[in-house]
Design a protein around this ligand. Sequence first.
Ligand SMILES: NC(=O)c1ccc[n+]([C@@H]2O[C@H](COP(=O)([O-])OP(=O)(O)OC[C@H]3O[C@@H](n4cnc5c(N)ncnc54)[C@H](OP(=O)(O)O)[C@@H]3O)[C@@H](O)[C@H]2O)c1
Length: 256
Amino acid sequence: MKNVAIVTGASSGLGKEFVKLLIDNKSIDNIYVISRNSDKLNKLKDDYGDKIIPYATDLSDMNNIKTFGKYLEKEDINIKLLINNAGFAKFCSYDDISIDESLNMINLNVSGVVTMGLVCIPFMKKNSHIINIASQAAFQPVPYQNIYSATKSFVKNYSRALNIELKEKGINVTAVCPGWIKTNLYDRGCINAKKGTTKFSHMVTTDVVAKKALKDAYNNKDISVYGLYVNGCRFLAKILPEKLVMKIWLMMQGIK
Ligand SMILES: NC(=O)c1ccc[n+]([C@@H]2O[C@H](COP(=O)([O-])OP(=O)(O)OC[C@H]3O[C@@H](n4cnc5c(N)ncnc54)[C@H](OP(=O)(O)O)[C@@H]3O)[C@@H](O)[C@H]2O)c1
């Protein structure tokens, strides 16, 4: 039986960083890398070798995830680590994007995370880990990225509650809540909307977020927050009224 890790959204940004950090981990025999772009996944295999198993699919369609579950049934594996990282944002008003795009964000960021977990948990044993990538946006309602922030609140709350339920199986779940990271998220997120997020302060690199996420997960923490700035924002979001927090956010973004 092989010990494996599964990384979704592995073709770029934070997901790719996780793959880089896991490649030399001797306790993991294979890393299943998932995203839609098969060329980029195959490039990971070219770069890192046979430890990488590319699996190209669209995780916003739950039938694809169920098909992945059937595929896993044929493999002799023990999933040591599942990293639900695939996700996207749209930084704009509710009516700047279509109903389908809005729903697609919910499908990938919420349903995809839940379905991947439910499909993978039966293949996990004691001392295994699930890392779900939420966001700093999980700590408060965020106008002009209302769906994105709500999906990330879901991921944070769902992960922390699931962590308690999975304790008896010895599986730990960690919600990772990063601030802005230098990735391709903005290519898809910024659509030149009249009102939208344009100021991305305290941006950090993928390595620091991924390293802290893995460290926190292996220490069985249920939440991972990198950096003083994000921890400070989290604290303020806890103690201030949400209306005020949203007002401050709009002022910081220069949105009237
Ligand atoms: N960057 C930030 O500032 C930031 C901050 C907080 C949280 N996050 C979260 O971090 C995670 C990773 O994002 P990132 O910043 O690394 O952005 P990214 O560079 O755009 O990476 C997103 C990854 O998700 C994959 N993906 C997108 N749609 C998919 C779909 N329908 N099915 C399967 N895979 C899909 C993409 O691959 P394909 O295009 O090949 O499918 C890509 O590998 C996301 O959950 C994001 O919400 C990011």
